[in-house]
Design a protein around this ligand. Structure first.
Ligand SMILES: [Zn+2]
Length: 347
């Protein structure tokens, strides 16, 4: 059982998950990108190997029984979860410290039964993956113990992946992520000053200036953020204000599938194979306590769900850990111009 411990100096929770070190593929390796190749027989996420994973919680399944082949997207509990669903948070003080039981949910979304990577899947399949994120979010947010549900993807060893089969993860947390709280604080301050959403102002300025725009379609915008922490970092934003990813429309998810595929293919064209992290940020969950909405009552007015894409080209080291600031060796405008000009095939 993992536990959450609060660092009182940084007001930041840490998940202590000792059993995670038992993961079989975690053996250290010098390879930055490569993961051990698995043949179809030993790939637990391949069609036909459903018995090697926990029972599915959701699947898009044109054929077959649950937990057998015939699916196209499959969501399962993580076999090595950082947090567990069963139990109570049981908050306890410990002198100046606080801790909670490691309650939450940790799922894996297997994006395809094939050995293709996300960027190489057809748009209709990427749509199905995104819609699976949405549906799992709808389900997990019903549990009022969970303050936040985040989808993320680790691709490549240096991005933290331990399976080469294309997949994403969903984590439901009992605490509010610091990154989300920091953004909400900035959004609230901007709203109090200008009565406008900071996200909306960023989108308006990016569409006016266009120098950091990488791709756009009817409802989505892809930019290299003005203060990118990492070279070739990308952000995908919906043009229409929408705080909650669960409420994304069919058209928006179609456009998002296209924007995501374009982003990943442009990276491929510019950088070759690259390890990366993808994070989907949405509005916090309305918990039983409802405290975050008391603190930030206008979340639904000023927040925009969005996707962050971080290629792992640089290492975070002493400077970054010591200061909390990043050094980015590539001008975001130059990265955007370069990526903009790379032609991609979208189908
Ligand atoms: Zn974000």
């Amino acid at each position: 059982m993992s536990e959450l411990r609060r660092d009182p100096l940084l007001d930041r929770w840490v998940i202590i998950a000792e059993e995670r070190q038992l993961r079989p593929q975690d053996a250290p390796s010098s390879a930055e990108y490569e993961l051990p190749t698995v043949d179809a027989d030993s790939d637990p996420f391949a069609a036909g190997n459903e018995r090697y994973t926990p029972a599915e919680v959701y699947a898009i399944r044109p054929n077959g029984e649950p937990n057998s082949p015939g699916w196209t997207v499959r969501a399962i509990p993580n076999k090595y979860p950082i947090l567990r669903v069963e139990g109570d948070l049981d908050p306890r003080g410990y002198g100046v410290y606080d801790k909670l039981e490691g309650i939450g949910a940790h799922e894996v979304v297997i994006e395809t039964p094939s050995d293709l990577q996300l960027r190489d899947l057809p748009l209709s399949q990427i749509y199905d993956v995104l819609n699976t994120f949405r549906l799992r979010m709808e389900d997990l947010t019903r549990d009022k113990r969970f303050a936040y549900v985040m989808v993320f993807k680790n691709h490549g060893r240096s991005a933290g992946a331990t399976q080469s089969h294309s997949h994403s993860q969903i984590v439901a947390l009992p605490i509010m992520p610091v990154r989300v709280r920091e953004q909400l604080t900035a959004l609230q301050q901007h709203w109090q000053l200008k009565r406008r959403s900071l996200f909306q102002d960023i989108i308006d300025q990016e569409l006016r200036q266009r120098e950091r725009v990488v791709f756009e379609n009817e409802s989505m915008l892809v930019i290299c953020p003005f203060a990118s922490s990492f070279p070739f970092e990308l952000q995908i934003l919906p043009k229409r204000q929408s705080a909650d990813f669960r409420q994304a429309s069919v058209e928006e998810l179609r456009d998002l599938a296209e924007a995501l595929k374009a982003s990943l293919l442009k990276w491929k064209g510019a950088l070759g194979e690259v390890a990366y992290n993808m994070m989907l940020h949405t509005a916090p969950n309305d918990t039983r306590q409802g405290s975050i909405y008391q603190e930030f009552p206008l979340i639904d007015t000023y927040y925009f769900w969005h996707i962050e894409l971080l290629p792992r080209l640089t290492k975070t080291a002493g400077f970054e850990w010591g200061t909390g600031h990043y050094i980015n060796p590539v001008l975001p405008e130059r990265a955007a111009e370069y990526l903009r000009e790379i032609e991609v095939e979208l189908s």
